[in-house]
Ligand binder design. Structure first.
Ligand code: ADP
Ligand code: MG
Length: 348
């Protein structure tokens, strides 16, 4: 490769930022520094004006506790961009926060953003425009499963096929990748949020106890499981008894929660099976060799890899630090745009 002194020099003084615009969490990876921001993708807006007032961590703390005049929203909840202005505010906030962390004023950044694979052309354009309007000098988009696979260390540029299952908050993305491209993919709206809802429904039906979304998420992360545990666990939950209307606390077990989660987990299993059905035999052979990689926060559900292994007859492994795969993958693209150019989304 030819030595390009100017671009090298420019690289020293420019800011390169990779963003994982997740349905649950937004991560910002600054080249040379690593992941500097990791905050929930929540925005609190004024109901009347729809102007964003709190973003990220501050907004998530208000969830379930907002005054009637305000609304806490996740603009990417289902893996689609529901409101352009709010999404733009989110991107603007994270870009400016990353910029503030640099010691010297730097030129406008180059940005790589991960977008859900189910995003429509209009949505992709919206994210691109939002980043440009937020001050990016250049913006590149990459599909999240591709970024996740790259961040997880899968050989995405090789002829060897790999499979990644990224279970986030709003969506589960299944992708089989080979030679820079997605061979087979599935995107479904059953992921972490749905599991939280399952827990709410289960506890309401069984005990007439209504618990909040954040409590349900706590239950999922502490005792939620997909496969019998070596030692089953219990946890205390708090909510409002729907019969008496009074506050109540009760103890719940991992066995019960597993029952509550089973049908959504089965949907995820079946979707992966369905994707495997379409995979060409040569690549199936690669998958037998290399297994299936789990990424995203949902990869941390206890016993999930055992459950999937059992049902799919393949080795299943969890990526290192599964919550940061997309952000790290976006960072790798920035490190070597030439090498990974083929992975990027081309806008019409
Ligand atoms: P997204 O990319 O959609 O923003 P993430 O990959 O950040 O999503 O994952 C967020 C989801 O992972 C949430 O639903 C969260 O509850 C779930 N999660 C995070 N940690 C755990 C854990 N230890 N066990 C189970 N679920 C978890
Ligand atoms: Mg994600």
């Amino acid at each position: 490769m030819a030595f390009r002194p100017l671009s090298w020099l420019f690289g020293l003084f420019s800011l390169d930022i990779g963003i994982d615009l997740g349905t649950a969490n937004t991560l910002v990876n600054v080249r040379g520094k690593g992941i500097v921001i990791n905050e929930p993708s929540w925005v609190v807006i004024d109901k009347k004006t729809r102007i964003p007032e709190k973003i990220g961590l501050q907004a998530k703390e208000m969830v379930g506790r907002t005054p009637v005049t305000h609304l806490a929203v996740r603009p990417l909840r289902d893996g689609v961009i529901s409101e352009y202005e709010i999404t733009k505010a989110l991107i603007e906030y994270f870009l400016s926060k990353a910029h503030q962390q640099t010691l010297v004023p730097l030129p406008r950044p180059r940005v790589v953003i991960g977008i859900p694979s189910g995003a429509t052309e209009v949505e992709k354009k919206a994210v691109f425009d939002a980043a440009m309007e937020s001050g990016a000098r250049e913006t590149y988009l990459i599909e999240e499963p591709m970024a996740a696979a790259l961040g997880a260390g899968l050989p995405v540029t090789d002829v060897v096929g790999s499979m990644v299952v990224d279970i986030g908050g709003g969506t589960t993305e299944v992708a089989v990748i080979s030679m820079n491209g997605v061979v087979v993919s599935r995107s479904l709206r059953v992921a972490g949020d749905e599991l939280d809802q399952d827990i709410i429904t289960y506890i309401r039906n069984k005990y007439n106890l209504l618990i909040g979304e954040r409590m349900a998420e706590q239950v999922k992360m502490t005792i939620g499981s997909a496969y019998p545990l070596p030692t089953e666990k219990t946890m205390r939950v708090r909510g409002r008894n729907l019969v008496t209307g009074l506050p109540e606390e009760l103890e719940i077990s991992s066995v019960e929660i597993r029952e509550g989660l089973s049908s959504s987990l089965q949907v995820i299993v079946d979707t992966i099976k369905d994707a495997l059905d379409e995979v060409p035999p040569e690549i199936i052979s690669d998958l037998i060799e290399n297994g299936i990689c789990l990424a995203g926060g949902g990869a941390l559900i206890l016993g999930l890899k055992e459950r999937l292994s059992d049902e799919l007859n393949l080795r299943v492994w969890v990526a290192e630090d599964p919550l940061t795969c997309v952000a790290r993958g976006a960072g790798m693209v920035l490190e070597d745009l030439e090498r990974y150019e083929k992975l990027l989304v081309v806008l019409d």
